[in-house]
Design a protein around this ligand. Structure first.
Ligand SMILES: Cc1cc2nc3c(=O)[nH]c(=O)nc-3n(C[C@H](O)[C@H](O)[C@H](O)COP(=O)(O)OP(=O)(O)OC[C@H]3O[C@@H](n4cnc5c(N)ncnc54)[C@H](O)[C@@H]3O)c2cc1C
Length: 286
């Protein structure tokens, strides 16, 4: 495999929450064929494999994770074909949004402010009230669980709310259909969304974004607030006073504390409203 292979790599600095232990093995493949080879080798050796995106939706266990963590940061090319943009899984959404704005292509503004990379945004079908990643997706290049590489059209996915339903496949490249627009108008839409986000979410603090999925017809944040959990704190983790579905990490916190806070919030919401909140965040190594 072409790319870096390292052992015992701390994962906390690679996540937004800044919590958790090391990965036994950390691989940074150069290209999609190298990702495919890594998948085949892990499968043959029966070693667990996880894919790290921007690390914005992951809580890593304090003891870290066994097996292999793959970073696709080297898959960072953006290619334009008229109003179609193809981006590698490691391209950050902010840089993709900037690039599309600069060439006057609109349609991804709905993803403004999401601190993901393309692969993670697709895997989670990240989105906002304005729309989701799959809305503009034309096709995905995937490394399947058997290590084969396949290009699948949008119609071959059944993506749903915050789940791209990749079923264990690894997204290595995504193509989006956009539409020409004035860069100034696109920029205005970015700015408006960002201002709104900055005013309503604790974006400058360490977090995983929304901890829980919104239950049908309701908002997890509203339920958590109604259960009196705003500013509830366990160790270094606190339910944000700005947006109750965010847990902020004040430093020196642990994954165990995150989990304890999550269970306490679930318990209080269940007692108050009878709703069972379901985590949106992914737990690694628990
Ligand atoms: C401040 C803040 C604000 C946020 N706001 C939003 C928001 O508005 N809307 C929203 O939807 N989310 C939001 N999030 C959550 C998060 O950004 C999304 O869930 C995002 O999709 C995660 O992408 P990532 O690249 O960081 O993936 P990671 O967190 O690294 O990984 C998330 C999951 O995707 C898998 N994955 C990553 N890359 C790939 C790949 N290439 N192929 C297959 N699987 C992969 C991982 O294995 C993991 O299971 C926010 C988070 C933060 C910290």
């Amino acid at each position: 495999m072409r790319g870096a292979v390292r052992q015992n790599v701390p994962l906390a600095p690679l996540t937004h929450l800044r919590i958790g232990g090391p990965a036994d093995w950390f691989l940074e493949p150069y290209a999609e064929e190298d990702v495919a080879l890594a998948v085949r080798v892990c499968r043959e050796l029966d070693v667990p494999l996880r894919v790290l995106g921007g690390g914005s939706n992951i809580v890593v266990a304090d003891g870290g994770v066994r097996g292999v963590v793959l970073s696709l940061a080297s898959l960072n090319r953006i290619v334009r074909d008229d109003a179609r943009i193809t981006a590698g899984a490691g391209v950050t959404l902010p840089s993709l949004l900037r690039a599309t704005k600069d060439v006057g292509l609109a349609g991804l503004e709905r993803l403004t402010g999401i601190p993901a990379v393309v692969g993670g945004a697709v895997a989670m079908n990240a989105g906002t009230r304005d729309g989701e990643t799959f809305d503009r997706l034309v096709s995905l290049t995937l490394v399947e669980t058997d290590g084969s590489i396949e290009v699948r059209g949008r119609d071959r996915f059944d993506a749903t709310y915050r789940d791209g339903r990749l079923r264990g496949a690894i997204a290595v490249q995504a193509t989006f259909q956009l539409e020409p627009d004035d860069p100034k108008a696109i920029f205005e839409r970015f700015s408006t969304s960002l201002k709104k986000r900055n005013a309503t979410q604790p974006v400058s603090q360490r977090s995983v974004g929304c901890v829980f999925r919104n239950p049908a017809g309701d908002a997890a944040g509203r339920l958590i607030e109604a259960a009196g959990c705003k500013t509830l704190r366990i160790g270094g983790l606190e339910v944000s006073g700005l947006h109750a579905n965010y847990f902020v990490h004040h430093g020196a916190g642990s994954a165990a504390e995150f989990l304890a806070l999550m269970h306490e919030v679930q318990r209080r919401v269940r007692a108050e409203s009878g709703v069972e909140l379901e985590p949106e965040v992914k737990f690694w190594g628990f």
